[in-house]
Ligand binder design. Structure first.
Ligand SMILES: C[S@@+](CC[C@H](N)C(=O)[O-])C[C@H]1O[C@@H](n2cnc3c(N)ncnc32)[C@H](O)[C@@H]1O
Length: 310
């Protein structure tokens, strides 16, 4: 049944049921040009009611309270206005963990899961895992250190992190997420620019690995990004200078001073940046010659891992 028919037939005092709300949500989204209206109407309602999608289908005739109905309508409107789903629901799943997300903080992407998987594999191969210390530059919502910390915590291996971000909002959110996954005692958060907060410490800290998914959108790419990203996500989490490689230059230059011998530098990269970043890394004599590169689920270049000389 169409949303307008349902709305017309409704008695003012009546409340809608799950099935009706899904139809209304789907219809409004579709009429406003959303090509994924069915899935998104379900996703929004399942978050709002805190129910699995399958529970929605099994309970189509269950009435929904008026306050939740109004909220659902507000969420649908926000989505029509282009706001990313994650900012509406306040959540994003990353490697099976549910992270809180808020406006002003970068929405974690599935591509970054590949970087995290590679880093976990490298740590697994390290002979001595106890007392390892890593650095995440540009921590955002905290997905990188929290997922790694939580993975090793489940296996009884404490892994520690320093995490830096220029955004106070991101640091605050990452702290909350760390608490949720019981990693708060294993991650030291610092607000500041890249290595600056570490340079201010009394002693030099050296890490077993430095990980970063820095801003890497070039000036040319910025204009071509969908409105959903360009108008809603923080520009400072995305823009990486004219060619998008400014952060790789800075991080490559400064990281050897903060890495232990054989320590690694693991970077997520833009799909057209592999050659530029390989050149930046191979020009730096502090890194070993063998550098690992990897692709994402779409077979596009997505990451680089280099090891410091002994
Ligand atoms: C692409 S986001 C990655 C966030 C998170 N690591 C993830 O993968 O979801 C880049 C992050 O770098 C932060 N950032 C930008 N410039 C920075 C700087 N100069 N120093 C530290 N962090 C910075 C942004 O605030 C943002 O959180």
């Amino acid at each position: 049944m169409d949303a307008s028919v349902i709305l017309k037939n409704k008695d003012k005092n009546n409340i809608f049921n799950i099935g009706e709300l899904l139809t209304i949500g789907k219809t409004l989204l579709r009429k406003n040009g959303n090509s994924n209206s069915e899935l998104e109407s379900i996703l929004l309602l399942s978050y709002l009611l805190n129910k699995e999608k399958s529970d929605l289908f099994l309970n189509m005739s269950l009435p929904v309270s008026l306050s939740r109905t109004i909220q659902y309508h507000k969420w649908i409107r926000k989505r029509i206005d282009g706001m990313p789903i994650q900012y509406i629901t306040g959540f994003q799943n990353f490697m099976g963990l549910e992270f809180s997300i808020s406006e002003g903080v970068f929405i974690p992407r599935a591509e970054t899961e590949i970087l995290v998987e590679r880093v976990i594999a490298i740590i697994e191969m390290m002979q001595k895992k106890d007392g390892l210390l890593f650095l995440d530059l540009g921590v955002g919502s905290g997905v990188i250190p929290i997922t790694i910390c939580s993975y090793f915590q489940e296996r009884g291996i404490p892994v520690n992190f320093f995490a830096v971000d220029i955004s106070e909002t991101a640091i605050e959110l990452a702290r909350q997420n760390a608490q949720k996954y019981n990693c708060q005692h294993h991650i030291n958060f610092f607000q500041g620019r890249l290595f600056e907060p570490l340079q201010k410490l009394k002693q030099i800290i050296r890490f077993d690995g430095i990980i970063s998914n820095p801003p890497y959108i070039s000036t040319a790419e910025w204009g071509k990004l969908p409105d959903e990203i360009r108008l809603f996500e923080p520009a400072k989490a995305l823009l990486g200078g004219e060619k998008g490689i400014d952060y790789y230059e800075k991080i490559t230059l400064e990281s050897p001073a903060f890495l232990k011998p054989n320590g690694f530098l693991a970077l997520e990269i833009g799909h057209q940046q592999k050659n530029d970043i390989l050149r930046i890394l191979t020009d730096n004599t502090d890194f070993q010659e063998n550098i690992i590169t990897f692709k994402d689920y779409y077979q596009q270049d997505r990451g680089i891992i280099a090891f410091k000389n002994c």
